[in-house]
Design a protein around this ligand. Structure first.
Ligand SMILES: Cc1ncc(C[n+]2csc(CCOP(=O)(O)OP(=O)(O)O)c2C)c(N)n1
Ligand SMILES: [Mg+2]
Length: 785
């Protein structure tokens, strides 16, 4: 398919419209620059830290963002803004009346506008948080797939939107962007626009020449519409004049570093360079003579990304063209720091204008003292008409709020699972979902599962067989049609409820991030469940963190975990993941040993994921088959994080505390110890994370003068102060060793501190000192301390 070219220059919008957009462009530049200046130079500093902000990165995107937010975007479109264009975003929101002056004045201060757009901390209209470069770009692709998912199932009645990423060119260095592109291609991605601010500068330096060639090659090979936005109208007109073709070639072949340096140096330097290189070319002298230095600088920096008419024509042509749904990448040439004294300077990323420079810029913007925050000061348009334009004609302001919501999906009192005598938590997980899949509850209809090529090996097979793969188009199971016997039935259609991903774990977390925001973005509640092997949580960790940072809601099922998957070897054995689970905010992590616990946790989780003050879940499961107890279970204690499996005697000297799949070793050690240490307790921990959270919460409540006792305090108060604790888990020992700090008990903590290796369980547990002997040994030592 041909790439869309910009429409004929000069089309579309009338003079009044363009004049208003130019006025807003001017104000967006002024306000974004000023809010950074105010934060750094005018707001008193109490700690001597540089506040920062990105005046150059912001200036680079002002024209593109003006065109998008005040003209091109529709309310149903969703935008991820390049992190360091946050000031422009807030300035635009301020001009729309959706951001307060107070928050602008407090940019980067407590309670003020955030450094990088934040869905949770900013009060203006942020669709996706950004900050860790690359992730905001990629999440838009997954959001588009989620939009298809909910619309094709009739779960959302919202108009179809376009998912737009405003991308810094250096963000394209992040591999996760390309991973997402590949996944998008597989899923027939539509309605995604990635607009690259091609200022050819990153943080440290100017980027390699012609970087756009491999970048656009990637997009083209994956069937994206690639639109190069290179020159503005002034330059395009100059190219038609005598000598124009030579001028175009000169710019086309000008190294990025030289072009940037000349942008910084200005008109006289441009003149000198052009005389040196093209002085004898017919027509060039005439062009130079008819431009003074200021005009020449303006001409030579007239790149498409700063030329409103070109930008508008390009975007509208793409939005209304025959390929409107096809994913599109726009490479918009810009100058970093455009219009500011350090434009083009290679060190401008963290550069800030000084007081004199700001005074000059203020005069240039026509702003009088005291009018700095006035939204419409210094403009030569009819301000009343501009206000009318903003409230009545800008599509983005047409709805009072763009944040959507969705009702609560009821969760039954208990989740059914048929527990066999011996089974693993991973098997139990598969069975809980399989039971749900058989029924026709609303809960089951809102669950969407996803997995990076480990669907079957994480026990999602039964669920997928019943609920099917999600595919925008009918996909037949050829193996089934060919009568090849297989336990897996993998046909796909728009009603399917499992999204199969390639191996890239980053994509799993970005998919979960997007699915878990569906209620906010598309008004349709989904209950996403993602599975992967526990060690590979680390492969997607930044995206995992990112999903939680945005307050996305999902259930992560990480299985198998720990050294307990023994023969698989050290590369697959996770050690630090319990600490990741504890350390990440907005996440409750659990590591149940038994399936009855797991069913309770999953039930609670489906409700917790929907509560305004709730969060996401991380279930660390195992493939180790354990003998399953048949018993009444205190569900509340399981959710709080622990319960007494064998309560201690009032004068007990010792308690064993375990979490997860090492339960049999602990039970065996406990039985052996009872002869020598009668009354020893045995505490089952289902969630070190929840116990710790509860402890912190109780301490905070007491500090605030309330009466509060944490579950972990209540549990450990059953022990005398002199009792010893021995903790054990298949993960880093510090996940449980902190329990000694709750009431000051002496503690010996067993766990995994070195990389494992292939072995069977007895050998590996013995080598890593996790077996019953090691526990008894640790008990003997700690009792002597
Ligand atoms: C994952 C990650 N690594 C590093 C950074 C620090 N950082 C912030 S901006 C930036 C360079 C961005 O350059 P570009 O995307 O071209 O944006 P520009 O400022 O040129 O618009 C870097 C390295 C970050 N925010 N995220
Ligand atoms: Mg850049």
């Amino acid at each position: 398919m041909p790439d869309i070219r910009p429409a004929i220059p000069g089309a579309a919008r009338d003079g009044r419209h363009l004049a208003h957009l130019r006025a807003l462009e001017k104000k967006a530049l002024w306000l974004s620059t000023w809010m950074i200046h105010n934060a750094n130079h005018l707001r008193p500093s109490r700690d001597g830290l540089k506040v920062g902000g990105h005046q150059a990165s912001s200036a680079s995107m002002v024209s593109l963002m003006t065109a998008l937010f005040f003209d091109v975007l529709r309310p149903q479109d969703r935008v991820a803004v390049k992190p360091h264009a946050s000031p422009v975003f807030h300035a635009i929101q301020y001009l729309m009346g959706r951001q307060t002056r107070e928050k602008m004045e407090r940019f980067r201060a407590f309670g003020g506008a955030q450094s990088y757009p934040s869905r949770t901390k900013d009060t203006d209209d942020v669709d996706f948080s950004t900050g860790s470069v690359g992730l905001g770009v990629a999440v838009t692709a997954f959001a588009s797939m989620v939009q298809d998912y909910v619309r094709l199932k009739g779960l959302s009645d919202q108009p179809e939107g376009r998912m737009v990423a405003l991308v810094g060119d250096a963000e394209m260095d992040e591999g996760n962007v390309f991973e997402a592109m590949l996944e998008g291609w597989k899923h027939d991605l539509r309605n995604a626009w990635w607009i690259i601010d091609y200022n050819r500068q990153s943080l440290d330096s100017v980027v390699s020449d012609k970087l756009w060639e491999p970048i656009t090659g990637m997009f083209r090979s994956l069937d994206w519409n690639v639109v190069i936005m290179k020159y503005g109208r002034l330059l395009e007109a100059a190219f038609l004049e005598p000598g124009g073709e030579a001028l175009r070639q000169w710019i086309d072949t000008c190294p990025n570093q030289l072009y940037a340096a000349l942008c910084f140096k200005g008109g006289a330097a441009w003149r000198e360079a052009l005389i040196r290189d093209l002085g004898t070319t017919s027509g060039i002298r005439g062009l130079l003579d008819s431009h003074d230095d200021a005009m020449l600088a303006r001409l030579m920096t007239n790149l498409a990304g700063h030329d409103l008419p070109t930008i508008l024509d390009t975007f509208h042509a793409a939005a209304n063209g025959p390929d409107a749904e096809r994913p599109a990448c726009f490479v918009a040439y810009t100058v970093k720091g455009m219009g500011l004294p350090f434009q083009g300077h290679k060190d401008n990323h963290s550069g800030l204008m000084n007081l004199e420079q700001m005074a000059a810029f203020k005069a240039q913007c026509g702003i009088k003292d005291g009018q700095e925050w006035e939204p419409f000061a210094g403009l030569d348009v009819d301000v009343e008409d501009l206000k009318r334009f903003l409230t009545e004609e800008v599509p983005f302001t047409a709805t009072p709020t763009r944040r959507l919501s969705a009702g609560f999906v009821p969760v039954p009192e208990r989740l059914d699972v048929s527990v066999t005598e011996r089974m693993s938590t991973q098997e139990g997980f598969g069975k809980v979902l399989a039971e749900l899949a058989k029924g026709d509850t609303e809960l089951a209809s809102r669950i969407v599962t996803t997995s990076p090529d480990v669907t079957v090996s994480t026990n999602l097979g039964a669920w997928v067989n019943r609920r099917g793969l999600f595919d925008r188009h009918e996909r037949h199971d050829i193996f089934k049609e060919q009568k090849v016997v297989s336990a897996q039935r993998w046909q796909g259609d728009p009603q399917g409820q499992h999204i199969e991903l390639g191996i890239a774990e980053h994509n799993l977390f970005l998919m979960l991030a997007a699915l878990g925001l569906s209620h906010d973005l598309f008004g349709a509640r989904l209950l996403p469940v993602g599975t992967l092997y526990d060690p590979f949580v680390m492969r997607g960790l930044d995206a995992f963190n990112y999903a939680l940072y945005q307050d996305s809601r999902f259930m992560l099922v990480a299985t198998p975990s720990g050294v307990t998957l023994a023969p698989e070897g050290g590369a697959h054995q996770s050690i630090a993941t319990p600490l990741i689970g504890m350390g990440l905010p907005k996440l409750s992590s659990f590591e149940p040993a038994y399936v009855d616990e797991l069913a309770v946790i999953m039930r609670w989780g489906f409700a917790h994921m929907q509560k305004p003050d709730g969060g996401s879940l991380y279930l660390r499961l195992s493939t180790r088959s354990l003998e399953q107890p048949s018993r009444p279970l205190d569900a509340e204690a399981v959710i709080d994080g622990g319960y007494w499996l064998r309560p201690p005697a009032p004068d007990a000297d010792l308690t064993l505390i375990y979490m997860g799949a090492l339960a049999p070793e602990v039970l065996s050690a406990h039985a052996q110890l009872l002869e020598d240490v009668p009354g020893a307790g045995l505490l089952a921990v289902t969630s070190a994370d929840r116990l710790h959270q509860g402890w912190m919460a109780a301490r905070r409540a007491r500090q605030a003068g309330q009466v509060a006792v944490a579950p972990v305090e209540r549990l450990l108060s059953a022990l005398p102060a002199t009792a010893r604790l021995v903790t054990i888990t298949d993960g880093h020992p510090s996940a449980l060793s902190w329990l000694g700090g709750v009431r000051g008990h002496k503690v010996a903590a067993l766990g995994v501190e070195t990389f494992g290796q292939s072995a069977d369980l007895p050998d590996l547990y013995a080598a890593l000192r996790l077996d019953a002997d090691a526990i008894i040994d640790a008990v003997a030592r700690v009792l002597l301390e």
